[in-house]
Design a protein around this ligand. Sequence first.
Ligand SMILES: C[S@@+](CC[C@H](N)C(=O)[O-])C[C@H]1O[C@@H](n2cnc3c(N)ncnc32)[C@H](O)[C@@H]1O
Length: 387
Amino acid sequence: MPSSRPPTSRGAPPPRADTPFTLAPGEPFTWHSESDAPEPERLSPADDRLSADAALKRVRRGEYLLYTGDFHNARQLLGAIGRRLGHAEKARSPLEAFRAERRARQLEHETLSRIVVALDSQYRLGLSRAPDVALACRQVWGEPTTAFTLVPLKQLLGMLGAAEWRRKGLSVPGLTGLLHPHYGVYLPTRTDYVELLLSVPDVKGKRVFDVGTGTGVLSFLLLQRGAESVVATDCDSRAVACARENAERLGLARRFQAMEADLFPEGQADLVVSNPPWIPEPPKNRVDRAVFDEDNRFLQRFLEGLPSHLAPGGEGLLLLSNLAVLLGLRPQGWLEEQFARCGLSVKWTRSTQARHSKAKDRSDPLHAARSREVTTLYCLVPAPRGA
Ligand SMILES: C[S@@+](CC[C@H](N)C(=O)[O-])C[C@H]1O[C@@H](n2cnc3c(N)ncnc32)[C@H](O)[C@@H]1O
């Protein structure tokens, strides 16, 4: 979330001939942090003379370091600090391993996010040998509203990577044309679940709801296979903007409508598709809401609401991985109980073994669970009365 206020500073960073500007003490700025990290109360200047050990000591004391040296050195500093933070502690069970790994990643994120950089009123980065970051910043934040913007360097690097994906586009199996994802929107790089959707029979002429649309990828696959129209929802405005832009690019905008909403749009559809967040743990930031579903709230509410959003003869298409079961976060059989509780029966299923790179990485602390991960497409229909 952005915020604006003047910082106090432990002294201005040393002026450099090869940087476009330096941020003076008391200068007003806008602070952007994806994880809602508190804005820096104080900024300590840092540059290429700072070693990774010294930087780590200072950020662990709670300092924010405003880096004004060389861009490539700054990236290397982040990498060197990350390596010093090490890995998660040894765990006995898959669930302990999962939680330890999540804690370690969170600590790494909080630590590295204390290395910040400043951008001027044109989104120029105040580091030597810096790339042009203005387009990536405008895509995520819109036009600058203050003379200076502060952002964790790690986040800015993520934004640059995302801008590159958005420029180049992503090829998705079964989709004619490229998908151009936006920053902060769930990226369909795990194509196994996308391929499952290609096996759905009788899509032609169907009116579809896509709940939690992300980039819109599932909607576009169904529209290209002959679905009549899609109404898509997402709780994140970035996903809605991304899906709309991609529908335009793919020439599907006339039959595609996206809106910001919690779960379902109003009305009924012949097909209601959803690939919900699949890990029932609390999300820690905005991006996490694509993956983490605290207490299965999305899933339970989706199943409860599904029967009333199906037109007569309609079908629900739920994509779900069993990773939560393998980690011990969801009991075996729980999902089937929820189907029954919500008056749904399973018409058919299709499953696929996870093929993404993490499923094959033996050094991954979660390898035991990930290597057995299976994603299933459940076709759900209202259970016959009295069943
Ligand atoms: C796993 S991603 C799937 C995205 C896309 N359908 C796909 O298959 O690539 C889950 C999506 O659900 C969205 N989401 C999470 N909670 C939601 C809610 N309560 N209502 C609508 N969308 C939600 C997230 O923002 C995210 O885009």
